[in-house]
Design a protein around this ligand. Structure first.
Ligand SMILES: [Zn+2]
Length: 323
């Protein structure tokens, strides 16, 4: 048996898994380790490397049985040069992750960003399998994305395509850390929802969500909001209706611009899809030039593992072509 070592580097946690040649996670085992951010460039790298070492030891793997290593990381990065250009949480600036991993493990390493790998995973193995023109968008802390055109990931001229979170939807809106104003993710991400909850709780608005959070700011999150919505809480349902509306605006822009066959949504916020899906679809139908139907929006079922699957597809397609 031959295998692929797969790594998903994140700002808070880094995950590793061993994949079979045909894309199954061996023993359904994913090793997750805190990313040890802020410890400096080298310590963070060692920690990242240790995730792979852990997988190798866990399976008593012989390196001759490893066909290659696929790595997903937040951008901005240069996939061709294998460099992470800027990852503030990791202390990495122009960090040559591919060169380092290739030197340490003696295997071909390929790198791409979360959004691109999410898109790749969905069109190769996920709910958009076999489709040619697809956008993948994750709605979690921020909103990231990836674009597949004619069956291939479209990366842009400097690997910067798919930054859907920073399309401006409110010209006079909130200021974004990116320097722009009114960015989509300031309205539609999980962080945006949390901020809205905090502001409304401080205003004295009544909701079961705030009761469930014991009126403490640190307890405000998607979980309490979801629970409150399940209980029929009017405020919680309205927050999700707004979420559907903002998502609809951002997604309609993408439909009008790219005319994809479908948009796949992933990320933690989509766990509450039953509360926002209807408003999302209404907003799309109102704003899209081309017809929208039930298949126009799909929800990822790969959840936390989508980047792992994408990184597997990336390295697998490379080695299939090479060997
Ligand atoms: Zn922005």
């Amino acid at each position: 048996m031959k295998y692929y070592l797969i790594l998903d580097i994140g700002g808070t946690k880094t995950s590793g898994a061993l994949f079979t040649e045909d894309g199954k996670i061996v023993e359904d085992y994913v090793h997750v380790s805190p990313s040890k951010t802020f410890l400096g460039e080298e310590a963070v790298y060692q920690n990242t490397k240790d995730v792979l070492v852990h997988i190798i030891n866990h399976f008593s793997l012989e390196m001759e049985d490893v066909l290659g290593i696929g790595v997903g990381s937040p951008g901005p990065l240069d996939a061709e040069k294998g460099i992470i250009i800027h990852a503030p949480l990791m202390g990495w600036r122009n960090f040559p992750i591919v060169e380092r991993l290739e030197a340490d493990f003696g295997k071909k390493v390929l790198l791409d960003n979360d959004g691109n790998l999410g898109a790749l995973a969905e069109v190769r193995m996920g709910v958009a399998k076999g489709l040619q023109n697809v956008i993948y968008m994750t709605v979690s802390t921020g909103c990231g994305g990836g674009i597949v055109v004619n069956g291939q990931v479209y990366r842009g001229s400097s690997f910067g395509a798919g930054e859907v979170g920073h399309m401006s939807i409110m010209p006079e809106g909130l200021t974004c850390p990116c320097g722009s104003v009114g960015c989509f993710e300031l309205y539609a991400s999980g962080t945006a929802i949390n901020n809205r909850l905090l502001i409304d709780m401080e205003k004295g608005i009544q909701s079961k969500a705030f009761d469930l959070a014991e009126h403490k700011a640190e307890n405000l999150n998607g979980k309490v909001l979801n629970k409150a919505a399940e209980l029929g809480d009017a405020y919680a349902l309205e927050v999700y209706r707004k979420e559907g509306y903002y998502l609809g605006i951002g997604i309609a822009n993408q439909f009008n611009f790219f005319n994809p066959q479908t948009i796949v949504l992933g990320g933690g916020v989509t766990k509450a899809k039953k509360f926002f899906h209807e408003t999302l679809m209404e907003t799309l139908k109102q704003r899209c030039i081309q017809p929208i139907d039930d298949g126009s929006v799909r929800y990822s079922i790969m959840n936390d593992r989508v980047v792992l699957y994408g990184a597997y597809c990336l390295i697998k397609e490379y080695t299939d072509k090479t060997y």
